[in-house]
Write a protein that binds this ligand. Sequence first.
Ligand code: FA5
Length: 342
Amino acid sequence: MRELVNNIKNQAIASLSDASSLSELEILRIDIFGRSGKFTLASKELKNLKPEEKKEIGILINETKNTLETLFIEKKNELESNVRVWFDPTIPAIKRPQGRLHMITRAIDEISSVFEKIGFTRTRYPEVEWDYYAFGALNFPKNHPARDDWETFFIDEKDSPKYGPMLLTPHTSSGQIREMERLKGKPPIRMINLAKTYRRQSDASHIPMFHQFEGMVVDKDISVVNLKGTLDYFASNFFGKERVTRLRPYHFQFTEPSFEVDISCNVCKGSGCKLCKEGWLELGGAGMIHPNVLKAGGIDPNVYSGFAFGWGVERTYMMKEGLAVPDIRLLYSSDLRVLSQL
Ligand code: FA5
């Protein structure tokens, strides 16, 4: 048995030094260590030996195995370092996927910078808000049916004796009173409040979490003319030079008069087409700040007046890019097939 093991070892060492390729080495490995390899079969004989021989031959088998395995590894390394690596510099490189900011992050930056140029200050107010700032101080009487329009998420928390229920703010208008308070009721105010807003709505044109931007200006002698001028400035700087806005009478509890703002359609330039029907696309709400709201913010409505407007970032940006997104919820679906196109 000792002789058999030594023979296998010597033959293996000789063949190893002759092996000139990785495939030859693999054939040799199978011949020695494979399931029916010479060394494997010899090792199996160990159990048939007499006990006194078993120990000695067992040691020999172990040593031989270790020696041969080391030699195999060394030979493999040697052969691999000889393999020539072909490098063809004309093969096109693998294109790594490139990340970029989400469309809505880009929109937020763009919208803020348009308003910052004409002196608006970007603000952000709490997303988890009190009823007082979202409704109460905005001239909504308690249980007024108009509150239903906002389909608010309420927080399961004790009501504040002063501010009422806690909720997720359904619109950035909650920032109006907060900004008046921050400035201690002292105009001039030029605020652009851009933040996340929440409503219990989910369909092709509504998402439960979306973004709004709220403009507010308060000063002496502010009129609808200033509102219209600001909206037209935004329309031409954000959407394109020839775009203008139009105001339609509407109702909001916190503005008087109130308007819906439309922008001229860029496809038909206002004459009416399949996209817009009558030449105009709807953007959002606006109006002159209600005297009661100014009073709630500590501002005297007999001295000061102001305007405000609030639009959805998602819808505004989709309109700018002319994006035919069939379902607004796709914007937040994290589906790379969608995101890589935006
Ligand atoms: C408001 O939220 C008023 N606070 C706007 C306002 C501000 C009026 C200041 C007057 C003065 P409205 O509910 O219409 O208004 O929402 C404004 C815009 O938010 C909509 O035009 C739309 O673009 C966007 N919006 C509303 N709900 C959703 C929603 N669930 N998903 C996506 N966008 C929405």
